[in-house]
Design a protein around this ligand. Structure first.
Ligand SMILES: CC(C)(COP(=O)(O)OP(=O)(O)OC[C@H]1O[C@@H](n2cnc3c(N)ncnc32)[C@H](O)[C@@H]1OP(=O)(O)O)[C@@H](O)C(=O)NCCC(=O)NCCS
Length: 132
């Protein structure tokens, strides 16, 4: 499981008064992507410890698509660094631009909320059975 991806249409309720994606909503989408990527890697509950530098490169307009791509780029004992890119796409033009990039430190925790080691990734077959 190398990359977690999902797409979100940007509608007016996710926008600010400039008609572009509200920064707080962008952070929420990115945090969700980081959470899913880290949980898939650890196959354990994870919490966010920090959000590192987040760079807003270009605004995303209402009516555009945002594709979120999250990758675990470092695995420590219980912590993982997840890098998230948010790419905007004009649905008609097909023009894609890197809109936001950020990284997040996620920590695997046990039932008591205490840090727990992240296991080595299992080797797995992607069989047709697993995809159904
Ligand atoms: C994140 C949390 C579990 C860390 O607990 P802790 O007892 O302070 O953890 P430790 O000091 O033993 O560190 C555990 C790991 O987290 C990392 N870590 C902890 N705080 C960190 C920080 N502020 N920045 C980066 N990494 C951090 C440590 O480097 C360590 O990594 P490693 O195991 O890979 O070496 C704890 O602070 C917590 O529960 N915070 C609230 C999380 C939360 O509510 N998030 C929002 C909702 S998901």
């Amino acid at each position: 499981m190398d990359e977690t991806r999902f797409v979100e249409m940007i509608f007016p309720e996710q926008a600010n008064h400039y008609g572009t994606l509200f920064g707080g909503h962008a952070l929420s989408l990115m945090g969700k992507a980081a959470f899913v990527a880290a949980t898939r890697r650890a196959r354990a509950p994870v919490v966010m410890a920090t959000s590192e530098k987040v760079e807003f490169h270009v605004p995303v307009r209402v009516g555009e698509l945002v594709e979120l791509m999250a990758r675990v780029t470092r695995v420590g004992r219980s912590s993982m660094t997840v890098t998230v890119d948010a790419v905007s796409e004009g649905l008609i033009s097909g023009t894609r631009r890197l809109a936001v990039r950020g990284s997040f430190e996620m920590v695997a925790v046990d039932d008591a909320g205490k840090p727990m080691p992240v296991a080595q990734p299992p080797s797995h077959d992607v069989s047709e059975e697993a995809l159904t």
